[in-house]
Design a protein around this ligand. Sequence first.
Ligand code: C2O
Length: 349
Amino acid sequence: APFPAPRINDCMSWEGCCPPRSNVPPIPFKFPGTSLPMRTRRAAHLVDAAYIAKYRRAYALMRKLPASDPRSLVAQARLHCAYCGAAFTYPKSNYALEIHDGWFFFPWHRMFLYFHERILASLIGDPTFTLPFWNWDNQSPTAPQPKVGAANTMPSYYTSPGDNSNSLWNRNRNRCALPPNTIDLNSGGGCSNSSPRSLRIDNTRLMAVQMRTATTPGLFFGSTYRFGWSGGLGGGNLEGSPHGTVHVFTGNPNAANPFDDMGNLDRAALDPLFYAHHANMDRLWQVWKTAGGRGNRVDISDRDYLNSQFVFYDENKKLVSIKVSDVLDLNKLRYNYQNVPNPWMSASS
Ligand code: C2O
């Protein structure tokens, strides 16, 4: 059977992850329609100063909201934590919900980013606002963008200034992940001894292998996971690497909870980089579906998958229930992705 919408007021979490409660039942998701302009999520290393200013303003406002407001960054991070911290149980199942390590990984994070982005847009009163995507899979040795950096580094505006005056800054990050260091898609956390050149080669190889060998929906999305089952049965090709490796690479190995914030699911979504990281994962889903390649590269058509429902708070603090089938077509969600090179596509391995 499909998962019914979790009941947010039944949330129970040892980690303090429960988002604010709702005194009304969720309203079913409605497509935004053409009243919402078509929006393009741009590569984080290609945005301009005007965008960065807006982006910073949006997170500054989000950070100012109290944790009791479901739109606050703390409440957003808690919601993510609740969905992976066994916080949602159901009267008719013996098991709590886990949206990682299985076929809900891609659609659930697409939903989360959709609502998160709508909240940011509404806070700054600009419906055209989009999240950027952190284009870490792009190793093209192009000239770095002035002041921002290359595709495969952390863009400098996340780290400088490195204090609370910068709403994109986060205290808990790996110093070896800061610019101008090259990202390590094979990271086990902490620093790497490899040269930027060999990191680039290894990153491209990893991307090529993970994308090329995902020749079926099962391999790309991960294990079947039906209502009443215990979760965490296995993620798709990309969920461990590069997704998990970027998390653990970005988190601080010397934090009180090693690898905070990005490297721990309970706190990862406190770092604004989380959302740019996941926008790139979301883009790779679209690339996988549309760019060809061997095999059967289509969305899962199983009814239990399509009809499973989750709940999120929207930009008006209203609880909304949304089905997996609602998020398979980006046109209906009114966004797309800037075209960037995917150099791993033509890499030989
Ligand atoms: Cu819900 Cu990148 O994890």
